[in-house]
Structure formats: structure tokens, C-alpha cells
Design a protein around this ligand. Structure first.
Ligand code: C2E
Ligand code: CA
Ligand code: CA
Ligand code: CA
Length: 264
């Protein structure tokens, strides 16, 4: 336990300095359509720790949330993502790719959030429709009115929202109906056993049918096998993300992959 506490306080001390030392980087995981053509990417945060090497978000996002550091870190992520979209806009083949960014509850409820996102979009002169914010059901639960308000405000600026890890939280259809979303993201847990678990297969079908009824697009995350992809496709899913298609990689590598898939 002492070792665990020591580890935590080391991570905490490092985390407080990581922004100043420019130790964060965004990796990108490709998202494709039914024809295996890239439609965009999810931005996934990594911490390039001077001693520990590349640190995954499970190791520090929770702590950053507890410490309130997720607000400035999240701002850095949005700023980087907007800069990345601006860079793609000027490049052959990459100009229409979307970039999805994860947003924690804590960030969403920060009073400066809407202005911060608008500023990033304006500063980089990007098409706001290419920036997608991934939120979770739990982020909405605290105060749905507030969240609907800020989603509408950003929606008017053209920014889109995706409901991440869909099906794992506690949001009711009542809630879902009120949220100005453009996408549902089927959680990896349902995709994982889709080939063997008839319940998961039924859940996935239901999510996809519901999304279509509500005019939302759907993407499945955590697609690892051809069988999973074909079952998802048979259930009506047309967007896919997962190790089968590509792992999260540094942006330069992502660009090369996206180009090679788009040039075919
Ligand atoms: P998430 O948003 O659900 O992101 C998907 C996670 O699943 C990523 O883990 C990704 O690497 C992993 N993944 C993708 N495809 C597969 C697959 O086929 N199989 C398996 N087993 N896993 C797959 P990662 O990058 O470690 O991120 C973990 C979580 O950390 C994310 O879960 C997200 O909640 C959070 N996170 C990442 N970046 C950020 C960020 O910039 N801001 C915030 N607030 N949270 C972030
Ligand atoms: Ca996500
Ligand atoms: Ca997810
Ligand atoms: Ca997930």
C-alpha cells in the first residue's frame, strides 16, 4: 500500500509539471467506413514520461480528474486537435477527416469550456464539423440541463458530439432524446463477445436500430476480428474502429496509413 501511495504521489508531482515540460502527445486511431476507407480518427492522449516512457491514460486521467488538472490538460488536447485538423485541411486526401476528442465530465462542467472550444476552432480556422467531442453518459447525469445547454451552444458553432461507451452508463432514453448528439459509439464490451453472446448481439442490433431511428450515426469501437466486423456490418453498422483496422499510433504514422488506404 505504501508503494502504491508513493507511486501515486510521484505520478502526481510529474503530472503537475507535464504540461509545462511539454510531455503530452496525441496519438490517433483510424476510423473507417464499410469500404475500409478512413473517415477520421480518435485522438488518444499519451504522456511521454522522462523516466517511465510512454504512459497510457488509465495511469493518469483519473488522477488528473481528481486534481482538477484535467481542465488545463483537456484544453491542451483540444488545442492540439484543432491544430491537427488545420494541418490536414491543407493536405491532399486528409482534408475531410474528422478528429474525435475525449472530454471528461469535469472539463465539460468547467465554466470556460464552450468559449475555450470556440476559441480553438476560430484560432485555427478549422471546419468545426470535423471536430467531434466524445462525452460519456456519466458526464451528462450530473446536470442534464447544463449539458444540453452547452451542447446546443457548441452545436450552433458546428461542433459535433458523440456518446462514448454507449450502453455502459445509466442514461435513460428520456435523456438520450434530449441531447443534441450526432453519433453513438457502441462500447467495446458489446463488440468483444458479439460472436459468442446472443445477448450482446441483440443489444448491438438494438443500439444500431435506435440510433438510426434518432438520425444518429453509429460507430463500433474495439473491433478486433473480421468476424466481429462482419457481424456488426450485418447488424447495420457502417463505421468501425479497433485493432483490426489500426492501433492508436503517432500522428505521422496515422497520416501515412490514412493516405495509403485512401489512395487505393
Ligand atoms: P476510450 O475513449 O474508450 O478509448 C478507447 C480505448 O480503447 C483506447 O485506450 C484505445 O487504445 C483502446 N482500443 C482501441 N481499439 C481497441 C481494440 O480493438 N481492442 C482493445 N482491447 N482496445 C482498443 P487508451 O488510449 O488507453 O485510452 C483509455 C481511455 O482514456 C479512453 O477510453 C478515454 O476514456 C481516456 N482518454 C484517452 N485520451 C483522453 C483525453 O485526451 N482526454 C480524456 N479526458 N480522456 C482520455
Ligand atoms: Ca473515446
Ligand atoms: Ca470508448
Ligand atoms: Ca470504452
Amino acid at each position: 500500500m505504501e508503494a502504491a501511495l508513493q507511486h501515486r504521489s510521484q505520478i502526481e508531482a510529474g503530472l503537475r509539471l507535464a504540461l509545462k515540460r511539454d510531455e503530452f502527445e496525441l496519438h490517433a486511431q483510424v476510423q473507417v467506413d464499410s469500404d475500409h476507407r478512413p473517415i477520421g480518427a480518435e485522438a488518444l492522449l499519451r504522456w511521454r514520461h522522462p523516466e517511465r516512457g510512454l504512459v497510457a491514460p488509465v495511469e493518469f486521467i483519473g488522477l488528473a480528474e481528481d486534481l482538477g488538472l484535467i481542465v488545463p490538460i483537456g484544453q491542451w488536447v483540444i488545442e492540439r486537435a484543432a491544430a491537427q485538423l488545420a494541418a490536414w485541411q491543407g493536405q491532399a486526401l486528409l482534408g475531410r477527416l474528422t478528429l474525435a476528442v475525449n472530454v471528461s465530465a469535469r472539463q465539460l462542467h468547467d465554466p470556460g469550456f464552450v468559449a475555450m472550444v470556440r476559441r480553438a476552432v476560430a484560432t485555427h480556422g478549422i471546419d468545426p464539423g470535423l471536430l467531434k467531442l466524445e462525452i460519456t453518459e456519466s458526464a451528462v447525469l450530473n446536470d442534464i440541463n447544463e449539458v444540453v445547454g452547452l451542447m446546443q451552444a457548441l452545436g450552433e458553432s458546428g461542433v459535433r458530439f458523440s456518446m462514448d461507451d454507449f450502453g455502459t452508463g445509466y442514461s435513460s432514453l428520456q435523456y438520450l432524446k434530449r441531447l443534441p448528439l450526432s453519433q453513438l459509439k457502441i462500447d467495446r464490451s458489446f463488440v468483444n463477445d458479439i460472436a459468442t453472446d446472443p445477448n450482446d448481439q441483440a443489444i448491438v442490433r438494438t443500439i444500431i436500430a435506435m440510433a438510426h431511428t434518432m438520425n444518429l450515426d453509429v460507430i463500433a469501437e474495439g473491433v478486433e476480428t473480421e468476424l466481429q466486423r462482419s457481424l456488426l456490418g450485418a447488424a447495420g453498422c457502417t463505421r468501425f474502429q479497433g485493432y483490426l483496422i489500426g492501433r492508436p499510433v503517432p500522428v505521422g504514422e496515422f497520416e501515412a496509413l490514412a493516405r495509403s488506404l485512401l489512395e487505393r
